[in-house]
Design a protein around this ligand. Structure first.
Ligand SMILES: [Zn+2]
Length: 104
């Protein structure tokens, strides 16, 4: 899944959930209708994951670049690398992943 780092940080750091019912929101893409109030249950106990901060995410990205990203070259050299645009609309991402998985 190809995702621009800055876009990934913006997506993840904006996430929050209702501590009462678990509904998921985002500061930019899916805010609550009334700030601080869950649209689903009316709860006010909004939670953010401790590791969804910008600094924590940058640390996670550095770990990815150190430990996982070398596999991109490995699979590319074997002709087995398939890239999917991870920033596309959710249905398009799912369709692209299905296409990759259905390859002969
Ligand atoms: Zn709720």
């Amino acid at each position: 899944m190809q995702v621009d780092d800055a876009a990934l940080v913006a997506r993840i750091t904006g996430r929050f959930t209702c501590g009462n019912c678990g509904a998921v929101y985002h500061d930019v893409t899916k805010p609550t209708k009334v700030e601080g109030t869950c649209d689903v249950c009316g709860g006010h106990d909004m939670k953010r994951r401790a590791d969804d901060t910008e600094q924590a995410l940058k640390t996670r990205l550095m770990e990815y670049y150190k430990k996982t990203s070398p596999l991109i070259g490995y699979y590319y050299a074997k002709g087995n690398l398939c890239a999917v645009d991870g920033l596309a609309e959710m249905g398009a991402v799912a369709a692209d992943i299905s296409k990759v998985l259905d390859r002969p």
